[in-house]
Design a protein around this ligand. Structure first.
Ligand code: E4P
Length: 222
């Protein structure tokens, strides 16, 4: 499973990149709004340049925020042009009219990350529309009583059976246990915050084992 950083803070990119675990970056309007920036394109361009400084060619997903679907394609094309990042992916929330946008962007060879997915039927529409990435919101779905693992597992089966190149992103991931849920339910990619990955690296028994080894060794080497 690939690991994407879910963040709009460009300083977090080298922290994961320098550990060799950064396979992509995802953003959303709420994450952008947490930054001190005031211009959407400037903030995302800063993220793109930081990725390039890390000498990585990895997917960067940014979300269109036009509410009128007839203007979404133009906004996406504007972002592609102004941000000028080769592996830029446009996040389009799933929806009946948004399917027009997905088709339009794909016809222009623009990569699409169809997001805000909460059901297998939504995911199947996104798949059929040719989405490059399909983002299932794990915790938001389980918070509402849904079963994101089942949606993910079934979607992965469909992708394998149809030899599709679409990749499942498990988003809305809050804890290391959620990362494991994404891993075991067949997601191709997990995207979450930096601190979740840091927590995933730790275990009390690891700390105890290492401390024990060091204490024994220090006693012997005296
Ligand atoms: C991923 O691209 C999503 O935008 C993100 O993971 C949503 O996470 P949240 O449910 O914590 O807002």
């Amino acid at each position: 499973m690939k690991l994407f950083l879910d963040s709009a803070f460009k300083n977090e990119i080298p922290i994961m990149a320098d550990r060799g675990i950064l396979d992509g970056v995802t953003t959303n309007p709420s994450l952008i709004a947490k930054t001190s920036g005031s211009n959407y394109v400037d903030v995302v361009s800063g993220i793109a340049r930081q990725i390039e400084e890390c000498k990585l060619d990895i997917p960067l997903s940014i979300e269109i925020f036009e509410s009128d679907y007839s203007k979404m394609t133009d906004q996406a094309i504007k972002f592609i042009s102004e941000i000028n990042y080769e592996n830029l992916n446009i996040k389009v929330p799933i929806g009946w009219d948004e399917l027009y946008v997905i088709k339009s962007l794909k016809s222009k060879s623009i990569r699409v990350n169809t997001t805000c997915i909460f059901s297998l039927s939504q995911a199947h529409l996104a798949l059929d529309a040719g989405s490059d990435f399909i983002s299932i919101f794990f915790c938001r779905l389980s918070d509402s009583g849904g079963n994101p693992e089942e949606v993910c597992y079934e979607l992965r089966n469909i992708i394998e059976k149809t030899n599709s190149n679409s990749q499942i992103i498990a988003g809305s991931i809050r804890t290391p246990l959620d990362v494991e849920r994404a891993l075991t339910s067949g997601a191709h990619i997990c995207t979450t915050a930096l601190n979740v990955y840091e927590k995933s690296s730790k275990h009390i028994l690891t700390t105890q084992s290492v401390d024990g080894f060091m204490n024994d060794f220090k006693a012997w080497i005296k």
